[in-house]
Write a protein of this length. Sequence first.
Length: 369
Amino acid sequence: MTSLLVNLEEMVRSALRSKRKTACIVMMIIALLVLMIRSRSLGSSEHIGPYGDGDVLFNHDHVVGFNIKESGKRTSVVMETRLDYLQRECTTHMDSPRDPSLDPPSELIVNEKYSIIYCNVPKVGCTNWKNVFLKIGGIDDIRIKAIQRLPTNTRGRIYLDYFHKYSNVSHRQFMLQKFTKFMFARHPFTRVLSAFRDKLAPNISYIFRIENKQRHDVNWIERYGLPIIAKYRGAEAAAAIKANLKTKYDLTFSEFVNYLIETNPLSFDKHWNPISAMCRPCDVKYNIIGKYETLDDDAEYILRSAKVDPSVKYPQASDKSATNSSSLDILRQYYSEITREQLKKLYEVYKKDFELFDYSLETFYKYVS
């Protein structure tokens, strides 16, 4: 497609040089039509989030329109398309606007050196983004590794500059107006599954953490996993499991989905809280909307746009991550545990994320029971 556009551009220039008005007009019309088709195809390819034709799951580096070697211009076009789409959707989702300079989202992270603001969303590449902010904040790799051993909340609140900590409203307004603001979205259903597998699912990783007495991870089970089991199986069942977590803990994805469906989102943990609620994209006028499905290209585009030191790189996404939940087989495995009715109700929980960020649930109907 890129080569076609380049050829059309050259033909138009040639026609202009030859002063053949008719040919010039015809070629300009063709070029415009191709650009319009290109724009529509970008929109439709993003509509189903991590999916292409509805069957094949894209890798981060191979989404249509995202060849690494020529990603610059293409990424710019995609970013404009996303922002235009978001702005249109926001006109129908402005329930009660809140001034972010007075009532800011709690997860905005600031770097004043490069004039950037990032909305930190768990399960959307946030750990690597926080490491990038640590590095551009002057913290070397050795200290970053030491910081990573601290509890997540501790290392973030101590070493990162959060927007809401700035008490001067005028300075907040200045940053919101002048700084480059970016956030990342992800298909709600892959994000929900990633949160479940990372924090609550019974698996080898979980058993390892129990054996090594990583208390922070056990707390997830005691705070959410066991209460969910108690809700759907009874208190006695939960108590029996608690007595021997290593061998008995068996929370299912279906139970977790029911919990999400039946719980007020205002009480959600941030790992499964809707992104639209955390980042409030209709209140905060973001300049860039990245997507987990195109993470590598979008991260490169953001760092380049902010003129961050070239030595600072966003780590390349790896499909080998223990909690990567964008694999087709993994999606099928877990979503086959739930019913079509559960899927519809789960969609309602994350409906605003689906609508604002142009995702679809249709492909997931193939997986449910």
